[in-house]
Ligand binder design. Structure first.
Ligand SMILES: Cc1cc2nc3c(=O)[nH]c(=O)nc-3n(C[C@H](O)[C@H](O)[C@H](O)COP(=O)(O)OP(=O)(O)OC[C@H]3O[C@@H](n4cnc5c(N)ncnc54)[C@H](O)[C@@H]3O)c2cc1C
Length: 497
């Protein structure tokens, strides 16, 4: 094993190149081939807090990265009209309240809520409370006892600037970039990938291939015919239109997702513009009407021609097939409702580092990589599908979702939650108990009961406990700086006006 070839220079390609370049420098030759003529998808601008692990691994400086990508901070996602028109909630990152004895905070909240003696669940999350007031600051490690020690943040950034920034890092670590459109893929006698040929005739041989070629899956599908698990029965949206618009103030520290009749609309605030898009089901609206719907619901003037995209929710049957691993859109697609795609690139790239083969016929390693990938993707699929299923909205798409048969893994979680508010994070599944609880409650799925062991505390004790948490959070948010002011001090990007 001497040479790794990364095919594609979108977010997935350059994220892997920067990571492998950093960790494998001197061990392998790494080359990336991309085609400016084909270009990148140009969307994918909202992340989740786990991206900080990637940033640490590639040792990027957060302030510089934010400046270079016109970044803003993200404390969570606001879901507007998802339960029904007029109702909204925030899925805030990080912890909610605090455990007491051996019980999670939400059990006490459920008890107090039944008695009508409690504030909104959101008031027990520092992230949500700060988001609603447009406040932001980094968590303070020296204040571990305070909610300020537990602020969990992610980022919004400009996707094309992000790929450019990572390219710089990857090249510093010795990754070689080749410009060119791949027109042929050669196989070995046993059916592995041997080489690619770019327009003009240059042949690039390698031992191991990372397919980051986007939806087309140039190696994993077009060449190796790996197959695709179609999940559109649970995630029926199959189109998107993206368009940036002029930014408005204030600069919100969260992504907004607004449910619409044929799907939903995203809003991602950046320093120089706002990213917007409509994800929709082509069975419920045609493309022209969808574009009109999106353009009618922008906060500012559109800055580019809308970009129309088609997809099928699902994933490759094997993310690793022969001597090829698919990352990013080449591996599959789950719609960006919970901003998970960039995370799935990162976690697959890290998984590959942990399972990097010393020989190419190590089937046990390949099987383990695929097993872990399947588990991760299926749990994310379940979490996203929950938002659709648990709705009380009018409209044909929403009627379908409310009555669809769910994956058994999701149904089991719902049943357990409904019975007495219990939820367990399985193995290394991405979303925490707090995430599931916020979406369950936000989407109107309230448990029949709570953990009976709540009875170890009296009602006045519970009310005092919850009251103290909410009051402390109020005081913390009060002293936190304004999000926009914080950005101006910490990571102001160059003006693009
Ligand atoms: C509507 C939408 C919204 C999204 N929003 C989010 C979000 O908010 N958060 C999030 O985490 N993710 C989001 N995503 C996903 C995110 O955009 C992708 O995960 C991410 O951009 C990775 O894309 P990629 O690099 O796999 O593909 P691409 O950006 O498509 O890159 C493919 C690369 O392959 C190259 N290539 C292809 N064919 C050839 C060839 N023949 N020869 C040479 N080079 C070739 C191209 O030139 C390009 O460099 C969203 C996706 C969509 C569709």
């Amino acid at each position: 094993m001497r040479k790794i070839l990364i095919v594609g220079g979108g977010t997935a390609g350059w994220m892997s190149a920067a990571l492998f370049g950093k960790l494998f420098q001197g061990l392998y030759d790494i080359e990336l081939v991309e085609s400016e003529a084909i270009g990148t998808i140009g969307v994918g601008e909202a992340t989740i807090p786990a991206i900080k692990k990637y940033n640490e691994l590639v040792q990027l400086d957060e302030a510089e990265f934010m400046r270079r990508t016109q970044g803003t901070f993200k404390l969570g996602i606001q879901f507007v009209d998802w339960l029904k028109p007029g109702k909204d909630y925030i899925h805030g990152f990080g912890v909610i309240g605090q455990d007491w004895e051996w019980l999670r905070c939400h059990h006490y909240w459920l008890r107090a809520n039944q008695r009508g003696r409690v504030r909104d669940f959101a008031d027990y999350s520092i992230n949500t409370a700060a988001a609603l007031k447009n406040k932001f600051m980094h968590a303070r490690a020296d204040l571990a006892e305070s909610p300020i020690g537990h602020i969990a943040h992610a980022f919004h950034f400009d996707a094309s600037l992000y790929a450019k920034y990572l390219r710089g890092l990857a090249e510093q670590h010795g990754v070689k970039r080749t410009e060119g459109k791949i027109v042929d893929v050669a196989l070995t006698a046993t059916g592995d990938i041997a080489a690619v040929t770019v327009e003009g005739g240059q042949r690039i041989d390698a031992d191991f291939f990372i397919d980051c070629s986007g939806f087309r899956g140039l190696l994993i599908e077009q060449t190796l015919k790996t197959g695709y698990d179609d999940w559109s029965q649970w995630l029926p949206c199959d189109r998107a239109i993206a368009v940036p618009c002029a930014r408005t103030s204030p600069l919100l520290p969260y992504t907004r997702s607004t449910a619409r009749e044929p799907g939903w609309q995203w809003r991602i605030p950046l320093q120089h513009r706002t990213g917007n898009g409509l994800v929709y089901s082509s069975k419920h609206i045609d493309d022209d009407a969808a574009e009109a719907l999106l353009l009618a619901n922008l906060d500012g003037a559109p800055l580019a021609t809308p970009n129309r995209l088609r997809f099928t929710s699902g994933k490759r049957r094997k993310m690793w097939n022969r001597n090829c691993v698919a990352l990013g859109l080449a591996g599959g697609f789950l719609e960006p409702l919970e901003s998970t795609s960039i995370h799935l690139v990162q976690s697959a790239a890290i998984r590959l580092v942990r399972l990097f083969p010393d020989a190419l016929d190590d089937q046990a390693t390949i099987d383990e990589f695929n097993r872990q990938s399947d588990f991760e993707w299926e749990r994310v699929r379940d979490f996203v599908a929950l938002h659709y299923w648990a709705n009380q909205r009018p409209g044909a798409l929403w009627d379908y979702c409310r009555t669809m048969e769910l994956p058994a893994t999701l149904q089991r979680k719902i049943d357990l939650w409904r019975s007495n508010g219990r939820i367990f994070r399985e193995d290394e599944e991405l979303f925490s108990e707090e995430s599931w609880i916020q979406v369950f409650l936000g989407q109107g799925i309230t448990p029949r009961a709570y953990d009976p062991l709540v009875g170890i505390k009296s009602d006045p004790q519970i009310e005092q406990f919850l009251g103290n948490i909410a009051a402390t959070i109020d005081r913390c948010v009060e002293v936190m700086p304004d999000h926009e002011a914080y950005i101006k001090t910490f990571c102001p990007a160059e003006s693009t006006a």
